[in-house]
Design a binder for this molecule. Structure first.
Ligand code: HEM
Length: 396
């Protein structure tokens, strides 16, 4: 993969494997050339935004509209396109506002409060056997079952189907990543048909017997929008939250002095979660398209240009964060962009923060000293997301 600057000042080459292993020096390199860098990355030409102020400005500016996940010109992957294009994530106002308003009442701190004891109980339950087993596979035995149980309960989907959701989530995430291959898009297109039929059946059931869940709340809406909202919530509530919990544990076990500081001073838990979010943001990149010509600093972005906002790079911009590569559980202020900003600011941020907090508290209280062999770290083949394949820990 090569990245060349507009004015051919620099030409950067890095293998995808190196990028996935440790992307942060690369972000620093392109930021040092220009925080709004014009180039082509994985054959996606556009503006790569690595500066904090610039990223924040663009995400808040209505002249940068959400970019459709798949080009309108392609006739392929129609099933996938149909569902993705109906998601609030890919809509602009006023449709965006209408869709978001339908579900936002279920994601306020007040509405979520009743769920907290359940999350805590589940977290403790999942960690019960660690001491005897002397090991923990953080993703498969803890983060994934916890996050999937919570979103399933909220949405109103049977928890027993969680392995199926996991498989769908893994393939769908791949279809919106810049590394996506033709084959992955074909699989995604096939899986989305299964997901739609799954949700249609569930919606029919709820119409006959409504419950106090999100699906029942939306029964008056068009079935297409309702299905797309369900798919979005299931995937977002699943995938990124699993990664938030696992990445947080990864940050702590690979920085034992910070883990120690947090264990000694549990009141740092909220600040510690924010630092995990900043340092290893589960969402690394989001995209927009300019709806008109915009001049920012020395960059002139033309109507129709693609903009890739690299959240993971903005979070480590030295102009915003002191010692940006240092993981510091007491860092304050810590205004990272891991949940985005502007009208698309993550709807699930309150829930995700609480889930991570309760998960890490349970982890600190209920597991013996565990360690991780850093040499075995294996990240998934994604650039828009930061996701470990697994995080195997063993008792010291
Ligand atoms: C319970 C878990 C979660 C749920 C239900 C959820 C749901 C959503 C939804 C529905 C949106 C679209 C909002 C809109 O378009 O107005 C969104 C956006 C977003 N979410 Fe989440 N999310 C969750 C967890 C997370 C986590 C853990 C992260 C990463 C730290 C994250 C990062 C983002 C980002 C960056 C956006 C904005 C994308 C953009 O501006 O293009 N989400 N989320």
């Amino acid at each position: 993969m090569s990245l060349s600057n507009d004015r051919k000042i620099h030409s950067l080459r890095i293998s995808t494997e190196d990028l996935i292993k440790n992307v942060y020096p690369f972000y620093d390199d392109i930021r040092s050339i220009n925080p709004i860098y014009k180039g082509s990355f994985f054959n996606y030409p556009g503006w790569y935004v690595t500066g904090y102020e610039e990223a924040s400005f663009m995400l808040k500016d209505v002249r940068f509209q959400t970019r459709l996940p798949l080009p309108e010109t392609t006739r392929k992957y129609q099933n996938l396109k149909k569902v993705l294009n109906e998601m609030m994530l890919y809509k602009n106002p006023p449709d965006h506002h209408r869709l978001r308003k339908l579900v936002s009442e279920r994601f306020t701190s007040r509405a979520l409060e009743a769920l907290y004891p359940y999350i805590e109980e589940q977290a403790y339950e999942l960690l019960k056997h660690v001491t005897n087993q002397k090991k923990l596979n953080v993703i498969s035995e803890f983060a994934f079952p916890l996050a999937s149980t919570v979103i399933a309960k909220l949405l109103g989907v049977p928890e027993e189907d969680k392995e199926q959701f996991r498989e769908w989530a893994l393939t769908l995430i791949q279809t919106i990543d810049l590394t996506r291959s033709e084959e992955e898009l074909v699989t995604g297109d096939k899986n989305i048909v299964e997901m739609v039929s799954y949700f249609r059946k569930l919606i029919r059931k709820r119409k006959q017997d409504p419950k106090n869940d999100i699906i029942s709340l939306l029964l008056d809406e068009s079935e297409e929008e309702l299905v797309s909202t369900c798919v979005l919530l299931l995937i977002a509530g699943h995938e990124t939250t699993v990664n938030l919990i696992a990445n947080s544990i990864y940050c702590l076990v690979t920085n034992p002095n910070q883990l120690h500081q947090l264990s000694e001073n549990p009141s740092l838990i909220e600040a510690a979660i924010e630092e995990c979010l900043r340092c290893e943001s589960p969402t690394q990149l989001t995209a927009r398209v300019a709806s008109e010509k915009v001049k920012i600093g020395s960059s002139v972005i033309n109507k129709g240009d693609q903009v890739y906002v690299i959240i993971g790079a903005a979070n480590r911009d030295p102009r915003r964060f002191r010692d940006p590569h240092v993981f510091d559980v007491s860092r304050k202020p810590n205004s990272h962009l891991s949940f985005g900003t502007g009208v698309h600011f993550c709807l699930g941020s309150t829930l995700a923060r609480v889930e991570a907090k309760l998960a890490i508290q349970a982890f600190l209280k209920n597991t013996p000293a565990l360690e991780f062999d850093v040499a075995t770290v294996d990240w998934r083949h994604l650039v828009g997301f930061r996701a470990l394949k697994e995080l195997p820990l063993v008792v010291k």
